[in-house]
Design a protein around this ligand. Structure first.
Ligand code: PEP
Length: 257
């Protein structure tokens, strides 16, 4: 782990009601207060649970951050079923997960759409957690680094270095998401180092040095520390193991430097 503040983010996906979310947030917060670790912890509830999570975080003065799992790029308009960046900022949401492989695969999000969302999030003061990751076919054909480079460059097109400060990148090999298979720490580090070099090429040395790059893909208490020990991995984006405090809290503890 580097001098960058570790970040552990829990993506709840389409799980947990508002009441279940409040209870989980309270359990995570209790644990973090005990741990006193210099780790940034973020939860990404479904939209129906964001407001109640935000309220309890605010009232109980929790240090937890809030992320949305998606966002439209427009501030408002006739987009039935969508949620805007202004709605998210009003609910004190500080991060938004963009380009998750499930949105790319099931909701046909392209790099172009993701790029619009990235730019919109930044202009509304929301930090994007931009996801990238290769399929098993791409990994087996030896094209992983080139493919990831394409996703990163396209997702960040027309973002200036001055506006890139809060961006977080999550490297999530598709074949490792929700499958119980993980990349080895060395595989993950190779890609994360490549991402950092691309950031340097696009934005220069400060953004290269300061941007947090997370690994995601079946991270659990048992394997988290192995990823966090790598030089270019600054935390994790966690799916399945983010749904209970029993599974999530030890991952936070593993990120303690
Ligand atoms: C994810 O969906 O971002 C993820 C990493 O899921 P899981 O931890 O379940 O593999």
């Amino acid at each position: 782990m580097s001098s960058r503040k570790p970040l552990v983010a829990g993506n709840w996906k389409m799980h947990l009601t508002a009441a279940q979310g409040v209870s989980l947030v309270q359990n995570i917060d209790d644990f973090c207060r005990e741990l006193k670790a210099d780790v940034e912890v973020v939860v990404a509830p479904p939209f129906t649970a964001i407001h109640s999570a935000s309220t309890v975080i605010d009232i109980d003065r929790m240090q937890l951050g809030l992320a949305a799992q998606n966002m439209h790029w427009e501030a408002e308009g006739a987009f039935t079923g969508e949620i805007s960046p202004t709605m998210l900022t009003a609910a004190r949401v500080g991060y938004v997960i963009l380009g998750h492989s499930e949105r790319r695969e099931h909701f046909f999000e392209t790099d172009e759409v993701i790029n619009k969302k990235v730019k919109s999030a930044i202009s509304h003061g929301i930090s994007p957690i931009l996801c990238c990751g290769e399929s098993l076919d791409i990994r087996e054909s030896g094209e992983t680094l080139a493919f990831i480079e394409g996703q990163i460059r396209a997702g960040l097109e027309d973002v200036s270095a001055a506006r890139a400060t809060g961006i977080v990148i999550a490297y999530e090999p598709i074949w490792a998401i929700g499958t119980g298979k993980t990349a080895t720490p060395k595989m993950a580090e190779e890609v994360c180092e490549h991402i950092r070099n691309i950031l340097g090429d696009i934005f220069g040395t400060t953004i290269k040095a300061n941007t947090r790059i997370l690994y995601g893909g079946s991270v659990k208490a048992e394997n988290a520390a192995l990823f966090f020990a790598e030089k270019n991995i600054d935390g994790a984006l966690v799916g399945g193991a983010a749904l209970t405090a029993g599974a999530f809290n030890p991952i936070i503890a593993a990120a303690k430097t």
